[in-house]
Design a binder for this molecule. Structure first.
Ligand code: FE2
Length: 376
């Protein structure tokens, strides 16, 4: 039970620079772009579609701080990914990783056991050469290795800067999201260790923390989780699996409605969670709430913090402390109709952990939502 640091740190044999972008495959990218712009404060910077002579899909590139989201929709039923919408609904299709050498990364990953999806290719336009290659991870999720060192365009070949007439600058409000902190995958019962091993063996990640069902359980439901991170520590992927309990785990609910394993949540870091979350509430983003009693117990649990606890309570922001410091976090409700993908906003004040002290309050809040949906 509890925190378990893995001492067998693997050498960074497949150097990944950072998460380049997250590609979402959605039913209506135009309307999703409006949502992520006006609710989550992303700027829509680039577009691909019929107007840019891209005939099979429309794509919108959204940016806030160092975070890049790409929202893509098929323009015809013949698009190879159009079936995934029926199975999964809107969701994360690809987590793209910036690498120094795409061909080496792909060949090495496949040699170590990854399933290749598309081999290395160099896409060219008047702005240079954009290199990419894709491997499969859990479910229908993929990782694309990207290198844009020789590419000077706005995003990738096919994409053009957003038509400035499309959105009025006066309606745009950044909410202060700065970077992706971690991206969580849900996999089937009994598969967590397999995927942890995949990230260790194929991408050279090491295991950071482990939570078992005694850490992450309420009276009714349970899950298990392990966190892997890459050699630089900049990329963190927790992986969850459901655990047996009296009622249905939230992970089972996800697997049912997503139609298999997939990305459960993306945590985005801010330097001022009170301002960021306040702005998101103004934009009608819905967050999970915990009972007020959580805040009565907070001072005794986490000790002194810089933030005013009444303000945190009003916004529903959670706090947890470990031996390195503390962190503040909050979770949105699912962003589509299916109870699948949601987002976390996180501010770290020294702590590098994942809010273990909040699991119980949080999962009870999720169970209340599950009960309303009739899926507990
Ligand atoms: Fe998280």
């Amino acid at each position: 039970m509890g925190r378990e640091l893995n001492n067998t740190m693997t050498k960074d044999t497949l150097p990944l620079r950072r998460i380049d972008h997250v590609r979402f495959f959605v039913g209506n990218a135009r309307q999703s772009a409006y949502f992520y712009r006006n609710a989550f404060g992303f700027d829509v910077v680039a577009y691909a579609g019929l107007e840019t002579r891209q005939k099979y899909e429309a794509g919108y590139v959204l940016r806030q701080g160092h975070i890049t989201f790409v929202l893509v929709s098929a323009l015809s039923w013949k698009h190879p990914d159009s079936q995934r919408l029926i199975q999964h609904g809107d969701g994360v299709q690809d987590i793209a990783l910036d690498v120094e050498d795409v061909t080496y990364s792909y060949k090495e990953a496949v040699r170590r056991g990854a399933e290749g999806v598309s081999p290395p290719q160099a896409l060219e336009d008047e702005f240079g050469v954009y290199e990419c290659a894709t491997i499969r991870t859990y479910g229908d999720t993929t990782h694309t290795f990207i290198n844009r060192d020789r590419y000077k365009g706005i995003f990738a070949p096919g994409y053009k800067p957003m038509d400035p007439a499309r959105y009025s600058p006066s309606t745009f409000h950044n909410v202060g999201l700065k970077a992706i902190d971690h991206i969580v995958g849900n996999v089937e019962e009994g598969k967590m260790n397999e995927w942890v091993k995949f990230y260790q063996d194929v991408l050279g990640f090491h295991q950071l923390v482990h939570f078992d069902d005694k850490d992450i359980s309420t009276e009714y439901s349970a899950l298990m989780s392990k966190v892997v991170e890459n050699g630089t520590g900049r990329i963190k992927f927790p992986i969850n699996e459901p655990a047996k309990a009296k009622r249905r785990s939230q992970i089972d609910e996800f697997l049912q409605f997503y139609g298999g394993p997939g990305v459960q949540h993306i945590a985005m870091a801010t330097d001022n969670i009170i301002e960021t979350v306040g702005a998101m509430y103004k934009n009608d983003v819905s967050f999970l709430r915990v009972p007020r009693s959580y805040y009565d117990l907070l001072p005794a649990r986490v000790g002194p913090i810089k933030e005013d606890i009444d303000v945190l309570a009003d916004l529903g922001i959670l706090v947890d402390r470990d031996d390195e410091g503390y962190m503040l976090q909050i979770f949105t409700k699912p962003v589509a109709d299916r109870p699948t993908l949601f987002f976390e906003v996180i501010q770290r004040r020294g702590s590098r952990s994942f809010g273990k002290g909040n699991f119980k309050a949080l999962f009870e809040a999720i169970e209340r939502e599950q009960a309303v949906r009739g899926t507990l």
